[in-house]
Ligand binder design. Sequence first.
Ligand code: MG
Length: 399
Amino acid sequence: MDGAKMFLAANGGYCAWFNPMSVGPSSNISPPVPAPWAVSRDSLVGRALPERSHAYRTEFQRDRARLIHCTSFRRLDGKTQVFLNGSGDHYRTRLTHTMEVASISRTVARALGLNEDLAECVALAHDLGHPPCGHRGEDELDRLLKGHGGFDHNAQSLRIVEVLEEKYPDFSGLNLTWEVREGIQKHARGYLHPLTGEQYPSPSLEAQITDMADEIAYSSHDLDDGLDAGLLDLESLSDIPLWQLACSQAEAEAPGFDVGRYRGFVIRCLVNMLVDDLVTQTARNLTTAGISTLDEVRRHPRRLAAFSPDTKSMLSGLRRHLFGSYYLHPLVSEANERAARLIAGLFGFLESNPECLGGKSRARISIDGLQRAIGDYISGMTDRYLARQHEDHIGVRVL
Ligand code: MG
C-alpha cells in the first residue's frame, strides 16, 4: 500500500484537508530553477516599439494580459474545435483547447526549468488565427485566397497580434515581445534574430514544448469528446496500444474501476503519460546534444522537444484511429462540408458587396486588397456570427 492509501486508511478513508506533500513522493517537486537553455530576462529581445517596463510585472506577464484581453482571444469561445460550436454544451471549443494547451505547457516548462510565462503566452496565442468551423474552414479560406497569398492559421495568428488587433493609440497590434512572436511562427522553416541578424533553424524550447503540448491536448480531448458524442467506442479503442497503456496505468491506480463511467480517468492517465514522456525525452535530447545555452537550442538543426520513439509511434496509431473513426465520421464531415459552403457563399457575396464588410475590414481594403480584407473578416468570425451573416446576406440558414 502506498503512502497516500495508508494515510487514508488510517483516517477512515476520508480526510477533509490533505497535503499530498505529507506522504510523498515529493522528491521531484522543487521550486522552478531557470535552466541555462531557458529564455531569461538577460536574453530578452523585447518589443519592436519602445515601452516603459512595468513596476512589478515581467514582460511575459504583460504579454499574457494583452493576449487574454484581446478581442480575438474572446472569440475563441465561439469557434469549433471538432464539433460545430453549439452542438453540445461540454465539447471543447478553441478557447477550452487553448486553456488545456496553456496548462500542459506550464507543467512541461516548469519540469524542464523553462520560462513558464513565455510558454503560457505562446499557448494562449497559438490558435488566435483559427477561422470558424475548424480545419475545414481553414482549408476553404485557403482555397478561396489562392492567388492572394492563401490562408494559414499560424500566419494569421501572427497577423492578428502584429496588425489586426487595435487597442493602443500609438501602434497597431499588441506590440508583443519578439519571443512570443517567435513562438507563434509554429511551422516556420527558419528564423531571423532581430538583433544579431543571424538566421537559425529552431525556435526557443518554450515554443517547441508548446507545440508538443498542443498535440497532447488535442489528441486526448478529441478522444474524450469523440467518446462522449458516441462517435468513438471503447471496444474499437481496445486495439490501440496507447489507449491500452493508459487503461493499464488507470487500473494500477484504481484497480477494478469502471472504464465506461470513468473514461475521463483514463484520459487523465494518457495526458500524464504523454507529459512524462515529453519531459523525459526532451531532457535526454538536451543531454545527448550537449545543449547548454539558449543560442545552442536555436542553432540546433532539429527540434529538441520530442516524444520517445515508442510513444511517438503509439501516438501516431491513436491519431490514425481518430482520423478514420472520428474526424472523417459522416456526422463530423457533413457538418464540415456545410460550413465550407457557408464560408464560400459569404466570401463570394462580400467580393460583390464589399460595403457589407465590417468597418475595420473595409478600411483595410486599400492596404491589403479586397480578398485579404474578406479573409481577415471571415476568419475572425465565430461559428455563430458566420451563420448569422450568411443568413442575413444570403437568406439561407445553413447551421
Ligand atoms: Mg491548437
